[in-house]
Design a protein around this ligand. Structure first.
Ligand code: LLP
Length: 406
């Protein structure tokens, strides 16, 4: 299990040095996940574009870039971070349903590999941006393959009726239009069916539809180079990532012999297992029939339990006292939705004791906010058996008010 990468003695040192709450990442686990992808897909050696929204911390992104990964970005801000972290522009793809004209221009100037467009209007905007820059914009279309990924409704994107992508019919019209344009260069087709997807079947279904469409397009004279199957492979919270072999078999099987270069956009499965949120017990209390542990991390630090009902495993650092009992682990924020775990079985922690919340490396810090004027947490990276360094300092009260204009 993952606990062996997060040794209690080291976590105590990190908490003493960096304070709490602090996100703690393991370089070893992050690299292990990256290498698992390379190994599972060694037959086709796709371009892996790490989905930065999962965790865009420069300390982690630089590791992915050094492993040869590209990046999937969804905003000008993420593109800025990607370039700073050292991702090669030619390995960056730009996704998202509502890119502004400024963002499109920024991406073209940066020289990204392609832009994943999601509507006819966006393609027309991209054409105008390319005309202004006197260039041809390489783009791919995000196509909605209308498959059910069987995941939480907030993170299911592959069915028609969500805001994502265009239908195959609409895609065909757009590609035929682009083929005639002096400023557009259709290079790929993409889908992303959702996140926390645990079986390969929906990928196989979507990939089959995409491959058939790309072939049909070729017969009409539009030859694409890239088939991008998005991200979304699941991580059982607290456990390691689901085996990648079925995913690789499903996707590689479909595109074998097509001559297309495969692109994947994994985020969570790379970052989630590599991180924990380390927090300190402030108080214990009983309320009605419930036992509460009040800690110094809150929903502003990790919103996933409140937003998606996510169940992150929790572990005491060091022994507790008495027999195991059932606790809700809650933060200081003034909302009943502010919990990090409900009905967790633990021995009783002491005030001041540390608690680790697992599987928090993805969509943890990146979704954090300053709600309740709580400065955002620090981030630390474990780099060796007993070595760690800070990769983001804790925000201060001054950081809270710095951008304000009284
Ligand atoms: N590509 C695109 C176009 C995406 O929209 C996403 C995630 C990914 C790749 C990466 O998916 P992953 O491999 O990380 O599952 N905040 C939610 C997850 C939102 C996912 C949004 N899109 C959560 O905490 O569960």
């Amino acid at each position: 299990m993952l606990a062996k990468y997060f040794k209690p003695s080291l976590l105590k040192k990190i908490a003493a040095g960096a304070g709490t709450p602090v996100y703690v990442y393991s370089k070893a686990v992050f690299l292990k996940q990256i290498r698992a992808y390379k190994k599972a897909f060694r037959a086709t050696a796709p371009l892996f574009c790490y989905a930065m929204k999962a965790n865009s911390s420069a300390g982690l992104c630089a590791l992915a870039a050094a492993e040869g990964f590209g990046a999937d970005v969804v905003s000008g801000g993420e593109l800025y971070r990607a370039l700073r972290a050292g991702f090669e522009p030619g390995k960056i793809i730009f996704s998202g349903v509502g890119k502004t004209p400024e963002e499109l221009e920024y991406a073209l100037k940066a020289g990204v590999l392609f832009i994943n467009a999601e509507s006819f209007e966006e393609v027309l905007e991209l054409e105008r941006a390319a005309a202004r820059l006197k260039t041809r914009a390489p783009f791919s279309l995000r196509i909605n393959p209308d498959v059910d990924p069987h995941t939480h409704k907030f993170i299911a994107t592959g069915k028609l009726g969500t805001k994502f992508g265009v239908s195959f019919e609409e895609a065909q019209k757009i590609y035929m239009y682009a083929a005639e344009s002096a400023y557009l260069k259709p290079v790929g087709a993409q889908f992303h069916i959702g996140s926390q997807v645990h079986t390969a079947a929906p990928y196989a279904q979507a990939a089959g539809r995409l491959a058939a469409f790309i072939l049909k397009l070729a017969s009409r004279g539009v030859n694409l180079k890239y088939a991008d199957v998005g991200g979304g492979w699941g991580v059982k919270e607290g456990a390691e990532m689901a085996d990648l072999a079925p995913l690789a078999r499903a996707v590689e099987g479909v595109f074998e012999g097509t001559g297309l270069k495969l692109v994947l956009e994994p985020g969570r499965s790379i970052a989630a297992p590599a991180g924990i949120l380390l927090t300190r017990v402030i108080y214990r209390k009983r309320g009605g029939h419930k036992n509460f542990i009040v800690v110094d991390a809150a929903m502003n630090d990790l919103v996933r339990p409140a937003l998606y009902g996510a169940k992150h495993p929790v572990a005491l650092i060091g022994p507790g006292s008495g027999p195991e009992a059932v606790y809700d682990i809650v933060g200081p924020v003034c909302e009943s939705g502010d919990f990090l775990a409900e009905d967790a079985r633990l021995r009783e922690p002491a005030a001041g004791q540390l608690i680790a919340i697992y599987s928090a490396g993805a969509y943890g810090f990146s979704m954090s906010s300053q709600y309740n004027s709580r400065p955002r947490a620090a981030e630390a990276l474990i780099t060796g058996a007993a070595a760690w360094r800070l990769i983001r300092r804790r925000e201060t009260y001054k950081d809270l008010t710095a951008p304000e204009i009284p």
